[in-house]
Design a protein around this ligand. Structure first.
Ligand code: AMP
Ligand code: ZN
Length: 473
């Protein structure tokens, strides 16, 4: 079954044809480790994980590279503002290395908790400054750069295809001209490859270079590291939709100008997570992190399930209510897995024709530009199918979970200490049952279940268990 993906470059869904048969070379722009990732950032890494798992399911050997930005990302993508790392270190009274280590660790804790597979290679910008300098030298040798006011700039007028990805129009470029602040730029869309002049006198992270002591621009790092680990032309490059007009546009210009070759064949962009008032941001209002969701009683995989419910190319609106629905749906799924395990013991080793058709439908949806919501719906349909045996349903769920990543193989019922308020309700239910007040007993069961506990009446009494995943985070 052919995998097709929406390629931003051509604005259409296209069959995925790799450069080398059986391999997929994929680069994802990684985090700037100056703060915790917010759940919007995590949505992007989640969609990239679904892409990677789908590629792997289709038999591709995926080489997944992701950068860790620990230098050069200014607070404004258009070369203005201060380095985000330097600013964060100053505000928190720590060194830049401490900040980078702390937030890199926090980032991987979050992605692990979300069952996002770790990249094959994650590379730190500060370990690759030499590669960046070498790339800037290549650009300089080909006449794509100029030096002004101490900084090295990429001249977009030397690259006629500039802006093709974003379909930038002349009017947009003129709009840019009105807001340009850096008087050194010959064209307002030119961008810095190497800074030696900083508005901030005590710029903490600097390296020697042919153009003087300084630090790299943000865009050059992705070009240098992806070329180093994936080659001068590779298959897929991903990121959030906000990267199209500046970051990815500039990455293409400098990479293709340096090598003279097409750099990336498929550009895959994920839409934003927004809240009910609009854009989610690190500075506006509630700063939504995965830890915060956990504090409020959600399992990280509730958030994964929530994201699976929206197509990656559509905006997804976050609300506590929507997260509650995802939580209860995921818990229902976990309960179904537990029930099937109880009935069947182990998954069936073979599939009937009916079973196979479900898995084909499931992967068909994912192969159709990663339609995770439809794939998820297929799971619920097969669970309702009375023709399918329990062991086969279990086998199908485990198979689907290779992409869904909801940890379904790991679920188990855990005996936990039951909080007093839950126990009180359980006791009231027993009293209601003894008094044959069945409606009241049922009502109390629902309340207890909504609190995340399940009840099983046995000859030895009522067993109360909490539904959770084995690898509780
Ligand atoms: P940053 O650490 O700011 O470079 O962002 C990391 C990734 O998150 C990038 O791919 C961004 O495009 C993406 N991103 C930022 N905000 C959101 C959002 N609200 N929803 C989805 N992705 C986002
Ligand atoms: Zn990048």
């Amino acid at each position: 079954m052919q995998l097709s993906l929406y390629n931003t470059l051509n604005r259409k869904v296209e069959p995925f044809i790799p450069i080398e048969e059986g391999k997929a070379l994929m680069y994802c722009c990684g985090p700037t480790v100056y703060n915790y990732a917010h759940i919007g950032n995590l949505r992007t890494y989640l969609f990239e994980d679904i892409l990677r798992r789908t590629l792997e399911y289709n038999g591709y050997d995926v080489r997944h590279v992701m950068n860790i930005t620990d230098v050069g990302h200014l607070s404004d993508d258009g070369d203005e503002g201060e380095d985000k790392m330097v600013k964060s270190a100053r505000e928190k009274g720590k060194t830049i290395t401490e900040i980078a280590d702390m937030y890199t660790q926090a980032f991987f804790q979050d992605t692990d908790a979300l069952n996002i597979l770790r990249p094959t290679i994650s590379c730190k910008a500060t370990d690759h400054v030499t590669d960046m300098i070498a790339l800037i030298e290549r650009l300089e040798a080909k006449g794509h750069t100029y030096t002004a006011g101490g900084n090295v700039y990429f001249s977009i007028d030397t690259f006629p295809r500039y802006g093709e990805l974003a379909r930038l129009k002349v009017e947009d470029l003129q709009a840019g001209a009105r807001i340009v602040v850096d008087p050194n730029k010959r064209n307002p869309m030119d961008f810095v490859l190497w800074f030696t002049q900083s508005k901030f006198a005590n710029q903490a992270m600097v390296w020697p270079s042919p153009w003087g002591v300084g630090y790299p621009g943000w865009h050059i790092e992705c070009s240098a590291m992806s070329i180093k680990y994936l080659g001068e032309t590779f298959d897929l490059h991903c990121g959030g939709i906000d990267h199209i007009p500046v970051h990815h546009t500039n990455e293409i210009a400098q990479s293709e100008a340096a090598t003279g070759k097409r750099w990336v064949n498929y550009w895959i962009h994920g839409e934003f997570l927004i809240n009910e008032t609009g854009k989610l941001s690190k500075s506006k209002g509630e700063f939504l992190t995965l830890s915060y969701l956990k504090e409020r009683g959600y399992h990280p995989l509730d958030y994964r399930y929530f994201c699976l419910g929206g197509h990656y190319r559509s905006q997804l609106v976050f609300s506590w209510q929507a997260l509650d629905s995802a939580k209860s749906a995921r818990e229902r799924l976990v309960k179904q897995v537990l029930a099937l395990k109880g009935e069947a013991g182990s998954p069936s080793l073979t599939l009937s024709e009916g079973g196979r058709s479900y898995i084909e439908t499931f992967i068909g949806h994912l192969n159709n530009d990663l339609n995770a919501p439809r794939a998820l719906a297929t799971i619920w349909t097969l669970l309702k199918d009375e023709e399918l045996a329990s062991d086969e349903k279990l086998a199908l769920l485990y198979e689907a979970d290779k992409i869904l990543g909801l940890g379904l193989k790991d679920v188990k019922e855990e005996i936990v200490v039951i909080p007093e308020e839950v126990q009180a309700l359980v006791d009231q239910r027993l009293e209601a049952k003894a008094a044959k007040e069945w409606a009241k007993a049922d009502e109390l069961r629902v309340i207890v279940e909504e609190m995340g506990y399940s009840l099983k009446d046995t000859s030895e009494g009522t067993i109360v268990t909490k539904i959770c995943n084995q690898n509780s985070r």
